[in-house]
Design a protein around this ligand. Structure first.
Ligand code: SF4
Ligand code: SF4
Length: 170
């Protein structure tokens, strides 16, 4: 008889303890994100793929197509092509193959004009490797479009065209 009531008490106690946990979490703020309908806000130090910084004063990039990032990248995944316009070099192509990127940050560190940063992009998926090839100039144009600016004009060379590419490193 005593064993019967002890068993009943233990059963009831476990029910109350379980319900207490349920009620405690029921009144706490929800931490689950309804992905993909909800977007996460990434921390400032989050490292997504690299991208060109849009200069707030000029609303354009600060890249001078110097090729330092191309030569520094340990995975040789950056391709930059530039042309000379009025003694200045401007990029016409700035592409990365993100599938090889180790997010080491060397390209960001080495850039003499501080033209690169890590994006807060975390929703990257693709069906083929080519989907991880990211055109940084096109991304900058998309960012300009969000503030009502047209795509950057493609610079045309006034003198001999100069090209810097990842292949030069080899
Ligand atoms: S190091 Fe900077 S300025 Fe030079 S090509 Fe790369 S992004 Fe452009
Ligand atoms: S973060 Fe490192 S691996 Fe990725 S593009 Fe920059 S230098 Fe290359």
């Amino acid at each position: 008889m005593v064993a019967y009531f002890r068993e009943m008490f233990v059963g009831l106690w476990s029910l109350v303890a379980g319900m207490a946990v349920t009620i405690r979490y029921f009144v706490r703020p929800i931490v689950t994100v309804q992905y993909p309908r909800q977007k996460l806000t990434m921390t400032p130090k989050y490292r997504g793929h690299i991208e060109l910084i849009m200069d707030p004063e000029t609303n354009t990039h600060r890249c001078t197509a110097c090729g330092m990032c191309v030569r520094t990248c340990p995975s040789s995944l950056i391709t930059v092509e530039g042309v000379k316009v009025k003694k200045k070099k401007l990029p016409v192509k700035h592409v990365i193959d993100y599938s090889y990127c180790s997010l080491c940050g060397l390209c960001v560190e080495v850039c003499p004009t501080k033209a690169l940063k890590f994006s807060n992009e975390y929703r990257l998926a693709g069906y083929q490797r080519q989907d991880m090839v990211i055109d940084l100039m096109a991304r900058l144009d998309a960012e300009r479009a969000t503030v009502g600016l047209p795509p950057l004009p493609i610079p045309t060379p006034e003198s001999e065209e100069e090209t810097t590419s990842a292949e030069e490193k080899a």
